[in-house]
Structure formats: structure tokens, C-alpha cells
Write a protein that binds this ligand. Structure first.
Ligand code: SAH
Ligand code: SF4
Ligand code: F3S
Length: 454
């Protein structure tokens, strides 16, 4: 990336240029993709605008992971319709919904452009062509595209933490999941471009870098001369850049996480001690139907290994309630697994059928909606209690936190994170974003540690 012509990290706001407004839904990888999109458009002469009423181009980077994610975007189209009545603008749907629904979206009167996740280099051309009242679509998926040479322009950034996508796509076939269909095959990005991007962030005073992939443990770069770089090696390379810059990563696929990754984490103080470890279900019968490649016992073995190598590691998870054929016993297995692991936090969902996935084709979505919701609520209530207890265990302890900015509630309070990814709120005391401070926990909720400076 040294040879990249894209250099600015912050948006260059210029009212004399065509104005582009970008809205982003979905995961961190989508947030990072929007930063790539802005980089491409800035290079093509557009300027970012945060006021939708001034936009010449409105782009929505979408998510298809669950039906409600798609419904939210479809609801936004009514707002864009109103803008379109007032003046001539271009509306483009990007990302996973664009890839899933393709020309079906073009039928919508408000939508001018449909561009899938691997089509962003084409956006300047698509926008020009769409301006001549001809609808444009590019949903071709690529086996190579990683946008390696494009330095993302960090919008909505706190100036302290940033994401770097180290790979794209996914080669797993979890039966419920739409991601492989909308993101395509897995490909690893050239480590040289990842290191160059990390260095640019460090030069711009960023203090925390999160390496992103759907399954980071399968990162595997093969160079032209046969040399390979594994995820553990990449993690170490990034950690060695600057000991004062933290490194995080996500997501780890339970039985792909290598001991070498755990040992690397333990060796470097600046690799954060947190693993997001999505279990999806505590029942072996469900795990088989979900086509996850581990058993409950295998998963618990990995949890033990994590805790053995990194005793203070924060562990969080994702879980799905009410998957096809889930019995009360299967659900009870999830509950008992949550009690056994005692996660620091969890993202909890009820199953949402995604058209054309393996589950949609082979299994009946037969758990009634009320049952799904009741099971989900039971998991949420349990996890909230566990999160609270885990946080209470921190009271009286001192943590080193990286300050991310002012707390939502008060300008005189700051918010930062522990290495284990717990949010801490504490009095500013003259400190500011980007600094490390030691704080002592004095009380907590299930979501936040309330602290004082030490
Ligand atoms: N690559 C990550 C997950 C990415 S999607 C992994 O393998 O863990 C984020 C989360 O959304 C998943 O972990 C899963 O819990 C949830 N999810 C995915 N598809 C879903 C569906 N059809 N219904 C409900 N939740 C789903
Ligand atoms: Fe989806 Fe499974 Fe890939 Fe995660 S690993 S993105 S859940 S297919
Ligand atoms: Fe991410 Fe949603 Fe796509 S979770 S990969 S934006 S389907």
C-alpha cells in the first residue's frame, strides 16, 4: 500500500464538490466497507456530507443477516423518496442486501443503483451512468477482491480505535447463515497491505486496531514465492508495530482457533485479552443441524484452553434461539452452557429464516415465534444476571483502560475499555481520548464498570 494513491485517513469535506451521504447497517466489516467506499468516491471527486438534505448521492450499505435488518432499510426508502421529490438525487443500495436481492431491488422506484460488496471500485462509473436516468447494477462476486490498495477514509471515527479487514467472504456453510451467499468465497488480504494500513493509523495517532474477518483463524496468505502467513503470525506482526497500540480481533470460529493464537495473545501485553467466541447453541443436535463443526464438549474444551493460557480473558458469544426443530431440551442445553461458561457478554438473537440457505431448503422453521421470543428472553435474562455478576467480580480491582471519548451521559466523564473489552466510565480528571489511564472499579451495572482514577 506504500504505492497507494489514497492517503487521507479523515474525510476531506468540500462543499464545492458533489455531496455523498452514506448510511451503514450490519457488522463491523460493513462499517469498514463504507470507509473503503468513501475512499473510492473521495478519489473520484466527491465529498462526504452528513446532512441528507444536501446530498447529491445517497448510499445505503446494507445487512441481510436477519429479516429485521432488511426491513429497517426498506423502511428508510420512504425517507429517500421524500428527498427525491425535492431534487434530483441518486440512491444506491450497497452491500449484502444488494447482493441477495439483486435486480429485485432495481424494481423499486426510489433505487437507482444496486452494488454488491465486491463492486465498489465500480461505484464512480455507476453513479455517472445512473445520473442519465438509467438504473445500474453490479453484483458480481470476486475470488480476489480485498480492496487491499485502498486506504479506508475513517468517518464517524473517535480517532482512537479503527478496524482493518484482513479477509473477505466466508467458506463455512453454517446452515442458517446468509453471509457466504452475499459475501462470496473467503480470501485473505496481503499482509503487507494490512501492515501498511496499520502503520498509517498509528501515524495518525490511533491507539487500537481491530482485525476483522468472519473467521479470522482461517486467515492464510500465500505469497508468490510460496511463503505463507497464518493468523497467529499476522497478529504478532501487527502487535510488534508499536507496544502502545492495542490490537483486537474478531471473529474466532470455535474449533479453528489455534493454540498458537492463544500463546501469541499471552506473549504480547498490547494484544487485548478478549475473544469473541460464538457458540450459537449448547445442544449437539442443533450444532449438527447448524453445520457448526464442533460439539458442545469440543467447544468447552477450547474455553478451558483459553482460560488456562489467558486466565483473565474476556469471553463473549453469539447465540441463536429457536432454530429449526429446537426442542425444550435443546434450549435447556443452551441455558446450561451459558451457566457453565459464564460469558462476559453475549449477542443474542432469535432464528430468522434466510431464503435459499441450507436451513431454509432442508429444515422447517417450526418453532413458533412466541416460543422463539420466550426462549430468547430467558437467555437474555440469564446472561444479564451473569454479566452483572462478572462485573461485580471486578469491583475493587484496577484496570488499564484506553480512553475512547466522553461518556454518553456526561461531558465531565470519560469512557474507555479494559483489555478484556469491558466498558468503564470515570471522571475526566484532565485526561482525554487516546490516553491510557489506570482506574479502580467502585460499582457496576451489567453493561458498565463505574470507576475512579487511581
Ligand atoms: N462469522 C461469525 C458470525 C457472523 S454473523 C461466526 O461464525 O460466528 C453474526 C451472528 O449473527 C452469528 O454469530 C449468529 O449468531 C447470528 N445469525 C446469523 N444468521 C442468523 C439467522 N439466520 N438468524 C438469527 N441469527 C443469525
Ligand atoms: Fe456465517 Fe458461519 Fe460464516 Fe459465521 S462462519 S459468517 S455464521 S457461515
Ligand atoms: Fe455483515 Fe450483515 Fe453482511 S452481518 S457480512 S453486513 S449480512
Amino acid at each position: 500500500m506504500a504505492e497507494s494513491k489514497y492517503t487521507s485517513v479523515k474525510p476531506v469535506i468540500d462543499a464545492s464538490k458533489k455531496q455523498v451521504y452514506i448510511e451503514t447497517y450490519g457488522c463491523q466489516m460493513n462499517v469498514n466497507d463504507s470507509e473503503v467506499v468513501l475512499s473510492i468516491l473521495q478519489q473520484a471527486g466527491y465529498s462526504l456530507c452528513n446532512d441528507i438534505s444536501k446530498a447529491d448521492v445517497i448510499l445505503v450499505n446494507t445487512c441481510s443477516i436477519r429479516d429485521n435488518a432488511e426491513q429497517r432499510v426498506l423502511g428508510r426508502l420512504d425517507v429517500f423518496r421524500l428527498e427525491k421529490k425535492k431534487r434530483k438525487i441518486i440512491v444506491g443500495i450497497l452491500g449484502c442486501m444488494a447482493e441477495r436481492l439483486k435486480d429485485e431491488l432495481l424494481k423499486h422506484p426510489v433505487i437507482d443503483i444496486v452494488a454488491g460488496p465486491d463492486a465498489y471500485r465500480d461505484l464512480p462509473k455507476l453513479i455517472v451512468a445512473a445520473s442519465a436516468d438509467s438504473k445500474q447494477i453490479n453484483t458480481i462476486l470476486s475470488h480476489e477482491e480485498t480492496y487491499a490498495d485502498i486506504a479506508p477514509v475513517r468517518m464517524d471515527s473517535n480517532g482512537v480505535t479503527a478496524f482493518i479487514s484482513i479477509m473477505r467472504g466466508c467458506n463455512n456453510v453454517c446452515s442458517y447463515c446468509i453471509v457466504p451467499y452475499v459475501r462470496g468465497a473467503e480470501r485473505s488480504r496481503d499482509p503487507k497491505s494490512i501492515i501498511a494500513e496499520a502503520k498509517t493509523l498509528i501515524d495518525n495517532n490511533y491507539k487500537e486496531i481491530s482485525l476483522l474477518g468472519q473467521n479470522v483463524d482461517s486467515y492464510n496468505w500465500k505469497g508468490e514465492n510460496g511463503e505463507t502467513v497464518s493468523f497467529a503470525q499476522l497478529l504478532e506482526m501487527v502487535a510488534q508495530l508499536d507496544p502502545t497500540v492495542r490490537v483486537r480481533f474478531s471473529t474466532s470460529y470455535p474449533n479453528d482457533i489455534k493454540d498458537e493464537v492463544l500463546y501469541t495473545m499471552a506473549r504480547y501485553e498490547n494484544i487485548c485479552k478478549h475473544i469473541h467466541f460464538p457458540v450459537q447453541s449448547g445442544s449437539d443436535a442443533m450444532l449438527i443441524k447448524m453445520r457448526r463443526k464442533y460439539t458442545r464438549a469440543g467447544y468447552l474444551e477450547r474455553i478451558s484452553k483459553i482460560r488456562e493460557v489467558i486466565p483473565d480473558c474476556g469471553i463473549t458469544t453469539d447465540v441463536i434461539a429457536g432454530f429449526c426443530g429446537e426442542t425444550p431440551e435443546d434450549h435447556a442445553d443452551t441455558i446450561s452452557l451459558f451457566k457453565e461458561v459464564r460469558y462476559d457478554g453475549a449477542f443474542m438473537f432469535q432464528y430468522s429464516l434466510r431464503p435459499n440457505t441450507l436451513a431454509a431448503r432442508h429444515y422447517e422453521d417450526d418453532v413458533p415465534n412466541e416460543v422463539k421470543t420466550a426462549r430468547l428472553n430467558e437467555i437474555i435474562a440469564l446472561q444479564n444476571q451473569i454479566s452483572l455478576e462478572r462485573n461485580q467480580e471486578c469491583i475493587g480491582k484496577v484496570f488499564k483502560v484506553l480512553i475512547e471519548g466522553a461518556s454518553k451521559r456526561s461531558e465531565t466523564e470519560l469512557v474507555g475499555r479494559t483489555s478484556s473489552n469491558k466498558a468503564c466510565v470515570f471522571p475526566a480528571g484532565g485526561h482525554k481520548a487516546g490516553e491510557y489511564v489506570n482506574v479502580k472499579v467502585i460499582s457496576c451495572s451489567s453493561a458498565t464498570l463505574i470507576c475512579e482514577l487511581v
